[in-house]
Design a protein around this ligand. Structure first.
Ligand SMILES: [Zn+2]
Length: 647
């Protein structure tokens, strides 16, 4: 596929810093202007004045976060980091500005029937109250101090995880790597003492737990992995839980789980708990059957075995897949050259939604490997996308969508960015992808479409992905479904040498193999979700986080706890997501229900258009519950999820 030849950015760090600071100064002026509004200003004028603060910040805030993560120039990244702190300080100050809160609360909404204006003020007041602005001065000071302390505790928790990686030494050398793919063995040669060292990072861990034949080594390695950041993070976690609980109580909530879910679809910690229990319930039969099958597989090697240990699950799943489906993930790679996949993803989106993607050779980009496209609808440019898809030094290491500009009706068009680390086609290397990477491409593109389609709200505050956190993974997980379809896959997955499309037989094998273990997968995910929730739904004073973990493992999981391990110390979501690990599964349930509307006809443009008009196109202008009901014509349910799980 063609690449963009758009020019490279010439802005320096110094210029960017000046631009960012000017925007913050302008936003401060917007705050002053809102406070100075005439008493007889109409609610609509007040709403526009309030929204103006977001509109002003929108000119730089997206790029600030983006550049701090991806910009190739160190001085731009540094300037972006400085601006990130300055914007965050501005936002915190605004959220605790009592005068501003009083002014917003004083806008007279009696008799107003403009739903968007009402929603804007309702959300603004809710967010102010959730930040503690309406408390007495003494409590407000305490809230401020606790928040600052929590930033530091959270950073310490994350830092200890990053710095808590360990080295596993295999004294018998390469023989200890038996069963692993050749490229893994090549990447871990023996040192001068004949020893092999592997790290506890996921790129080393995942293949080792799946393929290493030596069970005793997997056991020892698993023990090491589950003691990362131990003991240091056990105390930090305790502190994090206690301070968050204290803050939640100050803000008028029974516990942190209730506080953090208060503005999400779940609404309370109790609802999140019922959800987790329900998923555990509906996945139980499937998970039990899978566990029995894996145990039977283990008995072919160890006839007397009556337990499958946690360091054996991944290994026996792979063995079973290979025996049952005769599937090896390397078989599909020749069909998945990067350029073909990119064309395929964009082609599906274009056909489904009746839009066109056109290469843009004029808009500046930050690195020569970035491609810029305009999205056209009815011949008109309605959005812009930037694809920064290949690894390089000093770049974000995962896959995510970043916002650059949130669009608005009558304002800027939306500009969204995908940042990924997929193989790069160059010098004759086609950049062959794994199927997992292809589903990631569809996943992230689903986020991007949500962002681009929603960027036309009347108020800035409701544009982009301004929806509830537990709904955010619906459009992304939904779009993944298209990657699994044999006809759609065959449309772009063509052998890089012969041009032959992938066969339906190979796709069928791929699907069976990739979907094997989804009962146990759901079970494991709900264990993590329950662990996170349970840490945050009670007073943590006197809580022994390891005891709680052992208790929940006994209740939920099929494998016993491995003695003297503490996985919670390196469970990073306990900081970033706090009690909300459940959100992925929550979104998946909704996404499976949405997918059922396509009734097996994936290229049904009528359904796709309804989905765009009723869900993604509406951003945060309505509650996610209402978007679901609008699209489905009823409340969302669990039936489609259960049908998928048990298929
Ligand atoms: Zn996602």
């Amino acid at each position: 596929m063609q690449q963009t030849t758009a020019p490279l950015m010439t802005q320096t760090g110094e210029q960017f810093l000046a631009e960012g600071r000017a925007a913050i100064t302008a936003a401060q002026a917007d705050v002053a202007a809102f406070k100075a509004l005439a008493k007889d200003a109409s609610p609509t004028q007040a709403a526009d004045a309030l929204d103006q603060i977001d509109r002003t910040l929108n000119t730089v805030s997206g790029r600030i976060h983006l550049y701090s993560q991806v910009h190739p120039n160190g001085d731009m990244r540094e300037a972006a980091e400085v601006l990130e702190r300055e914007i965050s300080a501005f936002s915190t100050e605004l959220s605790l500005d009592r005068e501003m809160f009083d002014r917003v609360a004083a806008v007279n909404l009696d008799g107003v029937d403009d739903g968007q204006v009402l929603r804007l003020f309702e959300h603004s007041l809710r967010d102010f109250r959730r930040s503690g602005v309406d408390l007495d001065e003494d409590s407000r000071d305490k809230v401020g101090a606790l928040k600052n302390e929590l930033v530091e505790i959270g950073q310490e928790f994350d830092r200890n995880i990053i710095g808590g990686g360990r080295e596993f030494i295999i004294s018998e050398g390469p023989a200890g790597l038996a069963g692993l793919p050749q490229d893994y063995i090549d990447a871990h040669p023996a040192d001068e003492n004949g020893e092999v060292r592997i790290s506890t990072d996921s790129q080393d861990k995942v293949p080792f737990m799946m393929f290493a034949e030596r069970g005793d080594l997997r056991k020892a390695y698993n023990h090491l992995c589950n003691n990362r950041a131990v003991p240091e993070n056990l105390g930090v976690l305790q502190n994090l839980l206690e301070k968050r609980h204290e803050l939640a109580e100050l803000l008028g909530f029974a516990n942190w789980a209730d506080y953090v879910t208060g503005d999400k679809m779940a609404k309370t910690g109790a609802n999140a708990r019922s959800f987790i229990e329900r998923i555990l319930d509906v996945s139980k039969a499937r998970a039990t059957a899978e566990n029995d099958e894996l145990l039977a597989e283990k008995r072919t090697v160890d006839p007397g075995a009556d337990t499958l240990f946690e360091y054996e699950r991944g290994f026996y799943i792979e063995r079973l897949k290979l025996r049952k489906y005769d599937f090896d993930s390397q078989l599909v790679r020749p069909y998945l050259a990067y350029d073909k996949v990119r064309a395929g993803v964009m082609d599906v989106a274009a056909k489904l939604y009746g839009v066109e993607f056109r290469l843009n050779d004029e808009t500046e980009r930050w690195h020569e490997s970035v491609d810029v496209f305009d999205m056209l609808d009815g011949g008109e440019v309605v959005a812009r996308l930037f694809l920064d898809m290949h690894p390089r030094d000093d770049k974000f290491k995962h896959a995510a969508m970043f916002d650059m500009t949130t669009g608005r009706a009558g304002g800027p068009i939306p500009e969204g960015v995908l940042v990924c680390n997929f193989p790069e086609p160059k010098d004759g290397d086609p950049g062959l992808m794994l199927f997992d990477e292809v589903t990631t491409y569809f996943h992230e593109f689903g986020h991007l479409l949500h962002y681009l389609f929603s960027g036309k709200q009347r108020f800035q505050a409701f544009g982009g992905i301004a929806t509830e956190w537990d709904f955010v993974e619906v459009p992304s997980q939904l779009f993944e479904e298209w990657a699994w379809d044999p006809v759609i896959l065959a449309g772009f997955a063509k052998h890089h040498e012969t041009g032959e499309p992938i066969t339906p037989e190979l796709v069928a094998k791929l699907r069976s193999a990739e979907e094997y273990g989804k009962g146990l997968q759901a079970n494991g995910q709900m264990f993590y979700a329950m662990l996170a929730l349970s840490y945050y739904e009670t007073d943590p004073k006197g809580l022994d986080t390891t005891e709680r973990l052992i208790e929940l493992k006994q209740q939920i999981m099929f494998s016993p706890h491995e003695p003297d391990t503490h996985m919670q110390a390196a469970f990073g979501h306990l900081h970033g997501y706090s009690a909300m690990y459940y959100t992925y599964m929550w979104s998946l349930v909704i996404s499976k229900d949405f997918f059922s509307k396509f009734k097996g006809d994936l290229m049904n443009t009528e359904t796709a258009t309804a989905y765009r008009n009723k869900v993604t196109g509406r951003g945060g202008e309505a509650d996610a519950d209402d978007l679901c009901t609008d699209f489905l014509g009823r409340e969302y349910g669990f039936e489609a999820f259960e049908a998928w799980l048990n298929a």
